[in-house]
Design a protein around this ligand. Structure first.
Ligand code: TPP
Ligand code: MG
Length: 591
């Protein structure tokens, strides 16, 4: 058996569902092997277990699809392609996976040319003199990477890539195939041995110490206004039940980070919305008024922390419990009183158990003014959460104005979201409008580009969501949509039908609104309806707000991918309206 065949066997043994990729270089042999194995030509490999190949229109799209798969399922898909393109176009999905902690395995190659490799190079990416240095590129964007030189090393590296992609804080792990190793025979009984695929790739959960759990439970149970701040780690661990139960056990409000949006239904009685510089004022307020914070699965990046104004999170005054699967993340941005290191479901579960028998704070809650807390400081958790949730609505959400208000467009999206729906959100003004005015009615109904936050994430991510069986709705700006609108064709290819809602202001709205003298912010008026039709999809342009809800509902129900080109009011100033008062305190200059 040659190496390419053996790698396909590993993928089948590990139940890899999809290879998102583009053929080129030595990866072509892997693609061939995948086809042979699916046709039943690989003895011992069940054709049904061989992953399906999805070949989008370029490596960027493939990388985003693979990242979205990891985020939605918690397990890795494989991104496969030729080195120079995986190291460039394919960088976006890998960066999102790295900063957003999504598991993903990358199978690429160095375009190694044997004896020619040390001569003037063409495509060659081994990192030797004169060529491209793919290992260095991957070093900068992946969690781990390997450059094996023999068949045995290649098989072992591929196994380890699966293990490391999922172990602890998840991320993208890459293997660079080298030269003839791809087609050479894999030795039967190498020393040291290659272990069984499943055995070599196992990972185990981790959980916090009893002492740390007790200390955290003490702080939380003695608090008058505890708040849970849930991040992407709750999605990653699937710790949804535990999140609600811990909030119940300590009578806490739940706010989320941007990547943690929809870790709790935002209609839930304890949900307060999304914190951050362009998040909900009410959610920010609830966090600032907390006397104890349980941060779970959230690194607290500057957008989450409103760029750290003195009035927001205050480690000197607030008790901070920071739960994270990576010990380096707990207490990173703000000193924590207690770190809970482990899987979010384990940490939350331990806190739920530890709450039993605790009676809550001995003293009555402090009054409004006595201790200087804000006006909502004395209310019950449910009252504080309900007050915060009012920020999911503003009068513009009901506006019949033409051009269509972006706030109204978000409510039209909200109207079609049920528990089977996954909304994928892009970058730019559109994402902040949506995060504020889409009040998710169920968990896991929203995922956004926000690890690195690249434009063009939402369209391919929606195709992945649709492949996973969800009713997928992509929401993007016209800039981001144009970058990856070939996702419409990928959807057609695979018989799935996401809806693509474009909040179209014929410009790079977020940049234009900073200063419309910035060169390059205007777009010409692209006909997205024609573009969609040209790729086998359908499209409609909406200018009248009355047509909006039906158009989005029809697009969602359609059996071909359908683009809804919503012409929004480009004068509606995102930053001016959505900037939080906390962010304003530090000058509002950073994004
Ligand atoms: C790939 C990529 N390039 C550049 C940026 C920087 N950026 C963030 S938002 C934005 C404007 C987005 O325009 P559009 O997609 O039309 O959304 P809008 O702000 O108009 O809603 C830019 C250029 C980015 N996040 N990703
Ligand atoms: Mg735009």
């Amino acid at each position: 058996m040659n190496t390419a065949e053996r790698l396909v066997g590993t993928m089948a043994a590990l139940d890899v569902e999809y290879v998102f990729g583009y053929p080129g270089g030595r990866v072509i042999e892997v693609f061939e092997s995948l086809a042979e194995a699916r046709a039943g030509d690989h003895p011992g490999v069940d054709p049904e277990a061989v992953p399906e190949v999805v070949r989008p229109r370029d490596e960027r799209e493939a990388s985003v699809m693979a990242e979205a798969y990891g985020r939605l399922t918690g397990g890795p898909a494989v991104l496969a392609g030729q080195g120079p393109w995986i190291g460039s176009l394919g960088g976006i999905g890998q960066m999102e996976a790295r900063l957003g902690s999504s598991p993903m395995v990358v199978l690429t190659e160095a375009s190694e040319r044997g004896e020619y490799s040390t001569l003037a190079p063409y495509q060659q990416a081994r990192g030797d003199y004169g060529g491209l240095d793919l290992p260095s590129i991957l070093d900068g964007i992946t969690k781990e990477h390997w450059f094996p030189r023999s068949p045995t090393e290649t098989v072992r590296s591929f196994q380890l890539a699966f293990k490391h992609a999922a172990a602890g804080r998840a991320g993208p792990c890459a293997v660079v195939l080298d030269g003839d190793a791809v087609t050479d025979e894999v030795p039967e009984d190498p020393t040291p041995p290659v272990w069984d695929d499943a055995a070599q790739t196992r990972t185990w959960e981790s959980r916090p110490t009893d002492g740390d759990v007790r200390a955290a439970a003490d702080l939380l149970s003695e608090a008058h206004r505890p708040v849970v701040l849930a991040g992407n780690g709750v999605h990653a661990a699937g710790a949804y039940e535990e999140l609600e139960a811990v909030a119940e056990a300590y009578d806490a409000v739940v706010a989320t980070s941007y990547l943690g949006k929809a870790t709790i239904a935002e209609t839930h009685e304890r949900a307060a919305g999304v914190i951050g510089s362009f998040g909900h004022e009410g959610a920010n307020r609830v966090v600032s008024e907390a006397d104890a914070l349980l941060v779970v699965g959230c690194r607290l990046n500057p957008m989450d922390t409103n760029w750290q104004p003195a009035s927001f999170i205050r480690p000197d005054e607030q008790a901070i419990v920071h739960a994270d699967v990576d010990p380096r993340n707990a207490g990173w941005v703000y000193p924590a009183d207690v770190g809970l290191i482990g899987d979010a479901a384990e940490s939350l579960g331990a806190l739920i158990d530890a709450a039993e028998g605790r009676l809550g704070p001995e003293d009555p809650a402090p009054g409004i003014t006595a201790d200087g807390w804000g006006e909502h400081g004395h209310d019950s958790a449910l009252d504080r959460a309900a007050a915060a949730r009012e920020d999911f609505h503003v009068p513009e959400c009901d506006s019949d104005a033409v051009p269509i208000k972006p706030q109204r467009a978000c409510k039209a999206v909200e109207a079609v979201v049920d528990e089977d729906t996954v909304v994928t959100a892009d970058s730019g003004n559109n994402r902040f409008w949506l995060l504020n005015y889409l009040q998710t009615p169920a968990r896991r109904t929203y995922f956004g580009s926000g690890g690195v936050g690249g434009m063009g994430w939402a369209p391919p991510a929606a195709v992945t969501a649709a492949l996973m069986g969800h009713d997928a709705v992509c929401v993007a700006g016209d800039g981001g949509f144009t970058m990856t609108m070939t996702a419409v064709e990928t959807a057609v290819d695979h018989g799935v039908a996401p809806a693509f809602v474009v909040l179209n202001d014929t410009s790079l709205g977020m940049v234009r609104q900073m200063d419309d003298a910035i060169p390059g912010v205007e777009f010409h008026d692209t006909d997205f309806v024609k573009a969609a039709e040209a790729m086998g999809g359908a499209g409609t342009r909406v200018t009248d707000p009355d047509d909006l809800e039906p158009a989005i509902a029809d697009a969602k129900a359609a059996d071909v991918p359908t683009v809804v080109d919503v012409r929004i009011d480009r004068e509606e100033d995102m930053a001016e309206q959505l900037q939080s008062s906390f962010y304003a305190e530090v000058g509002g200059l950073h994004e």
